[in-house]
Design a protein around this ligand. Structure first.
Ligand SMILES: N[C@@H](CCC(=O)N[C@@H](CS)C(=O)NCC(=O)O)C(=O)O
Length: 207
């Protein structure tokens, strides 16, 4: 299997870390959505990453679709997302918030770095920052008020994999939105998870 995209994308990285946890070997095709836009569009009509080229000719895109396939392949006993019930809904809720934060951080980067300066709209930036903060507060409450050491109980799930990739990307790209001491439970989760071999095997990287 070939994972397309760069490890500075939280969406690409959550797929890589999930594959590491499942012990699924993969090769990489390091393409930039901006620098290699034509090549990326040939793989994903939307010109986005990640994409996963399966052994054979099929290609999956969108991290959630890819992870759905990985979970199915791993089987219900190993899957990082529970197969049903309140446990599944809890994990999916955390994933939705974490992915939403990442989308807003990517949006902030676009608004501040890709636009001509005279078109930058402070109101749009303030709204994006507020959405990031509100999502972080929700995750912080979820973790600090939850029953276990992880976001959804006492074992690591896809909620944690996704949230940690989101947090590391946020810390690298917008450190001012993750001030020291503001989110102690999330900061501890991020540090603990990033020390694990499955995260270290696919580190955040500007490639
Ligand atoms: N919902 C998608 C989001 C993927 C995404 O937004 N990837 C970014 C890279 S971090 C991208 O491809 N951006 C290029 C674009 O949207 O034009 C997923 O979960 O895979």
């Amino acid at each position: 299997m070939i994972l397309v995209g760069q490890m500075d994308s939280p969406f690409v990285r959550r797929v890589a870390v999930s594959m590491n946890i499942y012990g699924m070997a993969f090769e990489r095709e390091v393409l930039s959505v901006y620098g290699n836009a034509d090549a990326v569009r040939k793989i994903n009509p939307l010109g986005k990453v990640p994409a996963l080229v399966l052994d054979g000719s099929e290609t999956l895109f969108d991290s959630q679709m890819i992870i759905d396939h990985l979970d199915e392949t791993a089987g219900p006993d190993k899957a990082l997302t529970p197969s049903g019930g309140p446990e599944r809904r809890s994990v999916l809720a955390c994933i939705a918030v974490a992915l939403g934060i990442s989308e807003k951080v990517v949006g902030l980067n676009f608004e501040t770095k890709q636009r001509p300066p005279e078109t930058i709209d402070d109101g749009v930036i303030a709204r994006l920052e507020q959405q990031v903060t509100s999502g972080l507060e929700w995750l912080e409450r979820r973790l600090s008020e939850g029953a276990g050491a992880w976001l959804s109980g006492d074992t690591m799930t896809q909620a944690d994999v996704t949230a940690v990739c989101t947090l590391t990307h946020l810390i690298k790209r917008r450190p001012e939105l993750f001030a020291d001491g503001a989110y102690p439970a999330l900061a501890s989760l991020q540090a603990r998870a990033e020390a694990l071999p499955v995260f270290q095997a696919s580190p955040f990287a500007e490639e």
